[in-house]
Design a protein around this ligand. Structure first.
Ligand code: GTP
Ligand code: MG
Length: 199
C-alpha cells in the first residue's frame, strides 16, 4: 500500500463529527503512551501530522486520517491514563466504546501493546472485549527499538501467551523510531481492507 497523500480530515468527539462516507476504517487502540499516534506518523511517513507526547493523555479526540482518499486511519485516545480526572476518563471511555461498537465502516482494529511489558489488566480487558465483538484484528508490539535484539523472542512469547494468540493471528513487532515492521504492517492492513500493495 503506497501512501503519499494524507490529510487529517475529521476530529470528532461524537458520531456527528465522523466522516460522512463509506470508506473503510482501521482504528488504533491501546493504552495512553503506547505509541498509537507515533505509529500513524511512521505509517504515513510524516514526522508530526499526528500529535505525539511524552506525557500520556495526548490524543483526546477521535482523529480520522484520510489515506489516499481510499480509507481512514483512526487515532483514538488511549486508555489507562491514571492521572486524568475521573470524569474525563469516563468521557473518553464512552467516546471510544461508542465508536468501536457502532461504526459500520470499521473493518479492522490494531491493538498496540508495549513490547517491553506483559499486557496490563486493561490491555487484557480491551482484548477480550474486542474478541467478543469479533473484530478482525492485528496485534502490534510497539517500541521494539527499546529492547535488545536478544530479548525480542522472549518478550514476544510472553505477550503471545498472555493474549492467547494462535498461529492465525497477525502480530507485528514494530518501532516508530526505526520503522521496523512498517512494511509488514502496511501489507497486513492492505490485505484486510482489500487495498492492493502497489496501488
Ligand atoms: P495517547 O495519545 O496519550 O493515547 O498516546 P499514544 O499511544 O498516541 O502515544 P504517542 O504516539 O504520543 O507516544 C508516546 C511516547 O512514546 C512519545 O514520547 C513517543 O516518542 C514514544 N514512542 C512511541 N513509539 C515509539 C517507538 O517505537 N520507539 C520509541 N523509542 N519511542 C516511541
Ligand atoms: Mg495519541
Amino acid at each position: 500500500m503506497k501512501i503519499n497523500n494524507v490529510t487529517l480530515e475529521a476530529v470528532a468527539v461524537a458520531p456527528a463529527g465522523y466522516p460522512d462516507n463509506f470508506k473503510p476504517e482501521i482504528a488504533f487502540v491501546g493504552r495512553s503512551n503506547v505509541g498509537k499516534s507515533s505509529m500513524i506518523n511512521a505509517l504515513i511517513n510524516r514526522k508530526a501530522l499526528a500529535r505525539v507526547s511524552k506525557q500520556p493523555g495526548k490524543t483526546r479526540t477521535i482523529n480520522f486520517y484520510n489515506i489516499e482518499d481510499k480509507l481512514y486511519f483512526v487515532d483514538l485516545p488511549g486508555y489507562g491514563y491514571a492521572k486524568a480526572p475521573k470524569h474525563e476518563m469516563a468521557k473518553w471511555g464512552a467516546m471510544i466504546e461508542g465508536y468501536l461498537k457502532n461504526r459500520q465502516q470499521l473493518k479492522c482494529i490494531v491493538q498496540l501493546i508495549d513490547i517491553r511489558h506483559e499486557p496490563s489488566a486493561l490491555d487484557m480487558q480491551m482484548h477480550e472485549w474486542l474478541r467478543h465483538y469479533n473484530f478482525k484484528m492485528i496485534f502490534v508490539l510497539t517500541k521494539l527499538d527499546k529492547i535488545k535484539r536478544s530479548q525480542v523472542a522472549k518478550h514476544v512469547k510472553i505477550i503471545r501467551q498472555a493474549l492467547n494468540l494462535s498461529t492465525d493471528d497477525i502480530f507485528v513487532p514494530f518501532s516508530s523510531e526505526t520503522k521496523q515492521g512498517r512494511d509488514e504492517l502496511l501489507g497486513a492492513i492492505g490485505k484486510i481492507l482489500g487495498v492492493d500493495a502497489d496501488e
